[in-house]
Each structure stands twice: as structure tokens, then as C-alpha cells.
Design a protein around this ligand. Structure first.
Ligand code: SME
Length: 160
């Protein structure tokens, strides 16, 4: 059993420092990428309040394919450039969307989603996956969330 000290009312800087150190401890000695993505999805779900989906899409033969996640069953394949995840993967750039209904081409996997944060995981200059977080609250994610998840993505570069 892994028990982590989670105070979701802590300041975000502390929350992300704790999340990162838990992620480092869980994935550091484990070479299996699927196991690591599964555990990171669980950590995101446990640590971050007001989420309805948290997980990974992996780059497979130039399209995104569903990876380990927490939340409702989701769309399996996303072409590059489609939706928020596809934009993050094609541009190799974080997408922070306050209102998913205003994002052209947003893919509604869960009708509860109102805002979304998608961060690419890079290995060298190649996008190997994206981390996708959805929230039922509009504008749930701010710049600090983006920076925190980007730090997590850097940690995972050679661990997934
Ligand atoms: N909404 C995403 C699709 C993935 S689900 O949110 C899990 C998108 O537009 O890319």
C-alpha cells in the first residue's frame, strides 16, 4: 500500500511539490510505462480536486490512443490536431481551456467536462503522450496548474 499525505486545500505550490515527489517515488525504480501511467493517473485523481477525468493518451503511429486513466470510459483514438488533446500533441504545447464549449473541435467524452488542461510529454523533441485533465468547473485550471503538470510531464519523459 502507498499512502500519501494529501491536503487538497494546501496552496497549489505545495500541492504540486507533493504530487511531484510522490510521482518520483512511485515511478523512479519502475521501468514499466503502463504501470507508471496507471499509478500517475491515480495520483492525479487523489491529489487534484474538482476533476472528472485524469489520464493519458499515448502517441501510437501518429495518432493518440487512450492510455491509463481515472474517470468515465473515454474515446479511444484521437487524430493529431483534433480536439484539445490533438492540438496539444500536434503543437507540442500545453492547452489550457477555460470553456471547452468555446474550443473549436473539442471532443466531448464526458458531458460533465467544462474546462480542460492538456500537457504534452516530450522525449527529446518528440511528443510521446499527453496528460489530460478535465473538470466539471469552468476555468478550473490556472497557470500554476499548467506549470505543475508540465513539471510532472518532464519527470515522466523517460518513465512511460
Ligand atoms: N476532451 C478531449 C478528449 C479526451 S477526453 O476529455 C477524456 C479533447 O477534446 O481532446
Amino acid at each position: 500500500m502507498y499512502a500519501f499525505d494529501i491536503a487538497s486545500d494546501a496552496p497549489k505550490s505545495k500541492l504540486y511539490a507533493n504530487l511531484l515527489s510522490a510521482a518520483d517515488a512511485l515511478t523512479g525504480g519502475e521501468p514499466d510505462g503502463i504501470a507508471n501511467m496507471a499509478n500517475i493517473s491515480a495520483l492525479l485523481w487523489q491529489f487534484l480536486p474538482y476533476l472528472n477525468w485524469a489520464g493519458f493518451y499515448r502517441m501510437v503511429d501518429d495518432e493518440l490512443v487512450l492510455g491509463p486513466f481515472q474517470g468515465k470510459a473515454a474515446c479511444i483514438r484521437i487524430p493529431l490536431g483534433k480536439g484539445v488533446c490533438g492540438a496539444a500533441a500536434r503543437e507540442a504545447k500545453t492547452q489550457r481551456v477555460d470553456d471547452v464549449h468555446a474550443f473549436p473541435g473539442h471532443i466531448a467524452c464526458d458531458a460533465d467536462s467544462r474546462s480542460e488542461l492538456v500537457v504534452p510529454v516530450l522525449r527529446g523533441s518528440a511528443v510521446i503522450a499527453v496528460i489530460d485533465l478535465d473538470s466539471p468547473r469552468p476555468a478550473r485550471f490556472d497557470e500554476e496548474d499548467a506549470k505543475g503538470i508540465e513539471a510532472l510531464a518532464r519527470l515522466l519523459s523517460d518513465r512511460i
